[in-house]
Write a protein that binds this ligand. Structure first.
Ligand code: PAF
Length: 280
């Protein structure tokens, strides 16, 4: 497995693959890798001849009081895991490589970014669109693979690529879950034993709400009851629990194919997000 730290190195490796007519996939990550990332790598291997994983803990997508400082940075562990999966190249730039002194360009999307997580984390998606644009320009892959757990991010990346005519295909992959349904996330590592027990309620409530909505319970009622249920189960607060169109992210008032239930809730210092389809 190659490890490139500099933009020129990743570019020359990709240029060589291109000369040989190979199809290239990229899996962008911030490290702290788990089985969910492994599933993205495996999906990338199915659709491409060469797979690049980027590891870059992007500071511009974290707010001042968020968890940038505690985000896991065990790079040797991440690299061993990727090597075992047969990844071809890891791109692991420094902050200065991505944001050299004087860097001044932002990539701002008007739509999709100011609701749900965007409303609670101002500027978060500006950081995501900025770094994803840079990573796509640096790597020049044919296909990029993202997880559906971060559904809003996935839709924003799809729109970014469409709006700016970026020549990359976006592949979304299903959320990988623990046996009790908890969606895998790097942030699950912050949960203590008791909090971990409470955390499972998020997926359970979203699934229950999705079923209720499919069975005709008014969306607002189903969502409001589930919010109360999450607080009762031990969550400290619920940022949102809503039924929306999975593509436009507009609020959905009735069940239809493509509607999803989205939730974000806080347990101590940890904010968990998840989403499920309304089964119509
Ligand atoms: O989903 C993530 O890990 C990050 O938001 C991403 C897409 C790698 C951008 O930093």
């Amino acid at each position: 497995m190659g490890v490139a730290k500099k933009v020129v190195d990743v570019r020359s490796c990709v240029a060589e693959w291109r000369r040989n007519g190979l199809r290239i996939a990229v899996v962008p990550t911030m490290g702290g890798l788990h089985a969910g990332h492994v599933s993205l790598v495996r999906a990338a291997q199915v659709v491409a001849d060469r797979v690049i994983v980027t590891i870059f803990l992007n500071p511009t997508q974290f707010g001042a009081h968020e968890d940038l400082g505690m985000y896991p940075a065990e790079r040797n562990r991440d690299l061993a895991l990727l090597e075992a999966e047969g990844v071809d190249l890891v791109f692991m730039p420094t902050r200065e490589d991505i944001y050299p002194p004087g860097f001044a360009t932002r990539v701002v999307m008007d739509d999709l970014t100011d609701l749900m997580c965007g409303a609670l984390r101002p500027g978060h998606f500006d950081g995501v669109t900025q770094v994803v644009t840079k990573l796509f320009n640096i790597v020049g892959a044919d296909v990029a693979v993202f997880g559906e757990k971060d559904w809003q991010q996935l839709q924003i990346v799809r729109k970014l690529v469409a709006d700016l005519n970026m020549p990359v295909e976006i592949l979304g992959c299903p959320t990988v879950r623990e046996p009790d349904g908890l969606a895998l996330s790097t942030r699950n590592g912050y949960l203590s034993g008791d909090a971990r027990d409470v955390a499972r309620a998020l997926y359970r409530s979203l699934s229950l709400v999705a079923e209720e909505i499919a069975n005709g319970v008014p969306t607002e009622l189903a969502c409001a009851q589930a919010e109360d249920g999450l607080r009762g189960a031990g969550f400290d607060s619920v940022d949102y629990l809503e039924c929306r169109d999975g593509e436009t992210l507009r609020l959905a008032m009735a069940p239809f194919k493509g509607a999803r239930v989205f939730g974000a809730a806080v347990l101590g210092e940890t904010r968990l997000i998840d989403n499920v389809a309304v089964p119509v």
